[in-house]
Design a binder for this molecule. Structure first.
Ligand code: SAM
Length: 366
């Protein structure tokens, strides 16, 4: 994700959703408080509903009008699009245009992320329950102008009305979290049935412990029920998640360091929120794909008494790798420098105390 991807998207959203005066202010500095107050009021309500929502129960959507949908687009869409743009390079498509199904699309978040990232053009199918969200999505996506374009678009209220057909990319972003258990599983199965051969399924959920652990459990179900859907990220294995099995609190998640765009930062100031860094949990599968080699860094390397330690996960492997003080070397330095979710190629052994001569190499396009 380049800095300009998200800055470009925020600029577009500000242009479409603020008044002409508000957008002029945005161009030269802070937007006036009076312009932002209606959005801030809605964002407060939306955030309160998300916080109060009991994980595993159905969320009664707090987005019930145009201003709420626009507020969501101005604040949350930027954050969620940053996550999708960050994950997009993990996928590869051979066709000049990507057919994408985005279920629970909100204001068109996933499509906007891909368009801003300047990817290929999109043959887009969106599904969204909320009429207000659908209308904002339609307004935004029909106005987008850039290198990548929407070649065809349909936005529907329910997946049931989308005639059979499969897609290169199926996305459910922060949507399964709003459903109760049985419904989320039923919806997930319906989404899976729409992934084409070689196509991808991207599940993204709020970067919070309970949502993330629920998503990890869904990932386990997918691996058992659909062996042809092969994990691509972050998992390098397709058996049960060892973190979920060995801990009742740990949650598999990453953090994106971003240059927070200015309107998003202004909303943070007005709302006393803090999105300087964004946590996310996501799983990417490919139908008919292959598992990737190596090991995934699950916790950032930290200096402990016994040496530098990091949690690694890979095929048949889950545990702490440690570089003792006397064993630090140029060869194993990439482990010390690794970030969460980096994929590393490590000459064995991978867990326990690593010898000085173990070689660690970062894998490209992880
Ligand atoms: C938190 S928003 C996420 C929007 C967007 N995907 C994003 O990541 O920014 C979740 C959206 O999913 C929609 N939704 C929930 N369940 C749905 C379903 N079964 N079918 C279609 N839309 C659904 C809600 O109306 C809401 O707009």
């Amino acid at each position: 994700m380049t800095i300009s991807t998200i800055a470009k998207l925020e600029d577009f959203l500000a242009q479409q959703l603020l008044s002409p005066q508000g957008y002029a202010q945005y161009g030269s500095g802070d937007v006036s408080k009076s312009e932002l107050t209606p959005f801030v009021t809605e964002l407060r309500k939306i955030s309160q509903a998300y916080v109060a929502h009991e994980v595993g129960a159905r969320l009664s959507s707090p987005i019930n009008g145009t201003t709420a949908a626009e507020a969501y687009a101005l604040y949350y869409t930027i954050i969620n699009a940053a996550k999708i743009a960050h994950l997009f390079p993990l996928m590869s498509f051979n066709t000049p245009s990507i057919s994408m199904l985005d279920v629970g699309c909100g204001p068109g978040t996933a499509a906007l992320a891909l368009l801003a990232a300047g990817s290929k053009s999109l043959d887009l199918t969106c599904v969204e329950h909320s009429a207000a969200m659908r209308s904002v999505a339609e307004r935004l996506l029909s106005k987008w102008k850039g290198e990548a374009v929407v070649s065809r678009m349909r936005i529907k209220a329910s997946l049931n009305v989308i005639s059979q057909g499969s897609f290169d990319l199926v996305v459910a972003g922060n949507m399964l979290a709003e459903l109760e258990e049985e419904e989320s599983l039923r919806t997930l199965r319906a989404l899976i049935s729409r992934v084409s051969e070689g196509g991808y399924l991207l599940l993204l959920e709020p970067g919070q412990q309970l949502h993330s652990r629920r998503l990890m459990a869904l990932r386990d179900r997918v691996c058992v029920e659909y062996p042809d859907l092969v994990p691509q990220f972050p998992c390098l294995r397709d058996d049960a998640c060892p973190m979920l099995a060995s801990s009742s609190t740990d949650w598999c998640h990453g953090t994106i360091e971003w240059r927070q765009p200015k309107l998003n930062a202004q909303f943070d100031d007005l709302l006393s929120f803090n999105k300087h860094r964004i946590k996310y949990s996501a799983f990417l599968f490919q139908r008919g794909g292959s598992l990737k080699d190596g090991v995934r860094v699950i916790s950032a390397p930290s200096k402990e008494r016994a040496g530098i330690e990091t949690l690694l996960c890979g095929k048949d492997l889950y545990g702490i790798a440690r570089i003792r003080k006397g064993a630090r070397s140029e060869l194993n330095r990439p482990l010390e420098k690794a970030s969460v979710f980096d994929r590393l190629m490590v000459s064995s052994p991978c867990t326990g105390n690593l010898p000085e001569d173990v070689e660690v190499v970062a894998a490209p396009n992880s």
